[in-house]
Design a protein around this ligand. Sequence first.
Ligand SMILES: Cc1ncc(COP(=O)(O)O)c(C=O)c1O
Length: 386
Amino acid sequence: MKKTIWLDNAATSFPKPDAVAAAVENYIRHIGATMGRSSYEAAQDAGLTAYTLRESFCRLFRFDRPDHVILTAGATMGLNMILQGLLKPGDHCIVTSMEHNAVMRPLTQLQKQGVTFDRIPCGTCGIPDPADILPLIRPETRLVLVTHASNVSGGIIDIEAIGRICAARGIFFAVDAAQTAGHLPVDFAGAQLSALCVPGHKGLLGPQGIGALLLAPELAAVLTPLITGGTGSASDSEDQPRFMPDRFESGTANMPGIYGLSAALTFLEDKGIAAVRSHELALTEQFLTGLSDIPGIRVPGPAGAMDRAGVVSVDFTERDNAECAYRLEKEFGILTRCGLHCAPAAHRTLGTFPQGTVRFSFSFFNTPGEIDAALHAIRHISSGER
Ligand SMILES: Cc1ncc(COP(=O)(O)O)c(C=O)c1O
């Protein structure tokens, strides 16, 4: 493979720690068993690894119930489990104007069945004022669901402030941490969350197809499981078990994903989220500073790196963004993502709809030299040189 610079970590992180590939290979070659299905040694290893993973999630997100960490296929699945499992006709939900389609598509489908929703306006910089939720709350408001950071601008939303508003009114509060998990501290207890949805393959540095939904017991008690079926437990009954996590984990689990993600979380714990954040913050600062004197581009979202996850969108105002992304790859080996990033509402909010943007997104493995290379390439493309 040609040497490239991967700046598409908001879509999926690459590379992964070596230990992740080793753990997946070890599982495929030497373990092979499914958790909770048999009692031989390999099955016990599988069960123990899954439990260890739940405990790692608890430490990472300050959550105290490993049995309420549901292993999912990713953020989309967790978000669907919350939205479709909770909201009934007549219920009302509040989201922001920056949400990903992983939230907006299930919500739009539910709207056709009688669920209503409102969006907190976020202004052109894409960050809502938490107080703007207050006029949207109605007696039938059952859920507030917000992204922790935009996958288009990287703008970080103050979930602690929103959590206080929801807790004071007894409204369930769920957070989509697809762009913050593994990148910055996410505090389930501190933000008084009812649910946290995370993918394993982005900032958590694990493989695709595995993620988690952390569920507060009060929400777990009223949530209807989206998928029911075999759990390997309570096999004498045709009723879905009420106990956790089995209530929400039917079917054979993604065991290679569980082994890989477990190794990834161990890697992250060793490094420390504070160190990851400080590295990515420095890269984001370097990138924003470098962009500030390049003509012919617009950078939507907050001005300061502190207010962003490591995600920066660039709109080449005098060129075609898709062609710019193509040239970044072909001429400079720089991999980005161009378009609307499954978040049309966010682009409408930021004023970049329908042209979209070229998104640059960073991980722990990126270096200052790679940021310099990206800045050089953007300057070259924006100047119109060939
Ligand atoms: C903000 C946000 N939410 C949800 C998702 C969906 O994550 P997944 O594709 O891992 O289910 C993404 C992925 O791009 C995202 O950026």
